[in-house]
Design a protein around this ligand. Structure first.
Ligand code: ZN
Ligand code: ZN
Length: 439
């Protein structure tokens, strides 16, 4: 049986030797994605050795499922202390800042021996971090199918005003009740669909990256993402109408995206240039002290923008002389100026990363150019095999009510795209265009 034919629960506690050379396994010890899954929460906690739960939620998720979870714990003989994440002035939702994490740590009751996160991405990011810091088991109860960080082992945080991803811990257990998910606000469901649409680009760019840079790639892991991306997009209309089976597919896809990243040991299966749009828009929002759009919505728009750009790729006739000239005329001082102008307070860390990685150094670019020119047809073939027409995704987004342009969420698409290659050394479309002198 191929990995893509297994459900998230089939993957637990087993090791899978793979043709890619890795042994794939997940640290999750329990996963249940089903109707009524939350009823088993007390038993799951007891199995992990918990008797006193530190429950993390926010005002909305407390109502959506937190209160119910606490009543189940009461009935199951488990004590609980509830900590609500606060919302900072000028924001609509809790943000993963030092302040939020600090409050969570200060509110921690020493007698608690297990953490239970009930909520969305920020609740989970904080829960995973606290679990890692305190060496305390962690159970995650999602309240919406909105992003693919359910079972990843990193947390998105805002530190010193800079958004970054820090190592945390994969939850020990995922208790995902599709009855709760189906009642989530429609926008959160759209966000989950956007984050799954992203897998079109992530897999395409993983293959291109492997071809151009020789990086690791696993076809088995890629196929898991293709399968669930198709399933989610095919049933997107039903999902936004609250169809539980369609919602379950999104939840499974989001869970498997985290698992796929663990399997591969890199974020390639789940994120490509579309996620970089999102990172950049988040950074701009932080600089300008604006509330940013939901991650999955940003990423859905990023996917559409990337599909449009990939469609133009086949009309480009790469010119060796032009590409070589562009690579050799890289002006580091000018590049730093543009990074400072765009990224503001985040610029220093981006410049430092580039100093270490040297992705724009002419000799590295020239070496990649040789591979690209020798394999241009193969690159176009990957694009052809992996992507769907932008029009198709755009029509689907319009039908289900997912935004289709950066302007709709108050962001800029073109300048952001130009800077997507700057953030870190991941081979994405903007890097490919740069390497062939088409940026
Ligand atoms: Zn593999
Ligand atoms: Zn994502």
């Amino acid at each position: 049986m191929r990995l893509c034919d297994k459900s998230p629960a089939d993957l637990i506690g087993k090791e899978f030797g793979c043709a890619c050379g890795k042994i794939h396994k997940t640290p999750l010890s329990y996963v249940d994605i089903s109707s009524g899954a939350i009823k088993k929460l007390p038993d799951v906690i007891k199995t992990l050795g918990g008797r006193n739960a530190y429950v993390i939620a926010d005002e909305n998720t407390l109502k959506a499922a937190g209160e119910y979870a606490v009543s189940l714990l009461d009935g199951g003989g488990i004590c609980s202390v509830v900590h609500l994440l606060g919302v900072e002035e000028g924001f609509e939702r809790p943000e993963p800042t030092e302040q939020t994490l600090g409050n969570l740590v200060m509110g921690y009751d020493k007698k608690c021996d297990i953490i239970v996160g009930v909520g969305g991405g920020v609740v989970n990011d904080m829960g995973k971090l606290l679990s890692k810091l305190g060496h305390i088991p962690y159970v995650y109860v999602p309240t919406a199918p909105s992003m693919d960080g359910y079972v990843s082992d990193s947390s998105s945080v805002i530190y010193n005003g800079v958004k970054s991803s820090v190592p945390s811990k994969c939850p020990d257990a995922l208790v995902c009740d599709t009855d709760i998910l189906a009642k989530a606000p429609k926008k959160l469901i759209l966000a989950g669909i956007g984050d799954m649409a992203a897998k079109l680009i992530s897999i395409c760019e993983w293959r291109i990256g492997a071809l151009v840079t020789g990086e690791y790639y696993c076809e088995e892991v890629a196929e898991i993402m293709r399968k669930y991306r198709r399933l989610v997009l095919d049933n997107a209309g039903a999902a936004v109408n609250g169809d539980k089976e369609a919602i379950k597919s999104i939840a499974e896809g989001l869970t498997l995206a985290g698992t796929a990243m663990t399997f591969a040991g890199v974020s390639r299966p789940a994120s490509g240039v579309e996620h970089y749009y999102s990172h950049l828009w988040d950074m701009r929002c932080l600089c300008e002290k604006r509330q940013c759009e939901l991650h999955g919505i940003q990423v859905g728009i990023g996917t559409l923008l990337a599909l449009e750009k990939y469609e133009k790729l086949k009309y480009i006739k790469p010119d060796k002389k032009k590409a070589e000239k562009a690579a050799l005329s890289f002006d580091r001082a000018e590049w730093e100026r543009s990074v400072r102008a765009y990224f503001g307070s985040s610029a220093d860390s981006i410049i430092k990363i580039e100093q270490r990685e040297g992705k724009y150094s002419p000799e590295k670019v020239l070496a990649r150019q040789k591979i690209i020119f020798d394999n241009w047809d193969k690159i176009l073939q990957i694009v052809e095999e992996e992507l769907i027409p932008a029009r198709e995704l755009c029509d689907l987004f319009i039908k289900i009510g997912h935004p289709t342009s950066a302007e709709e969420i108050g962001e800029d698409a073109e300048t952001a795209f130009c800077h997507t290659g700057d953030i870190r050394d991941k081979y994405i479309l903007s890097r490919l265009l740069y390497d062939i002198g088409e940026k």
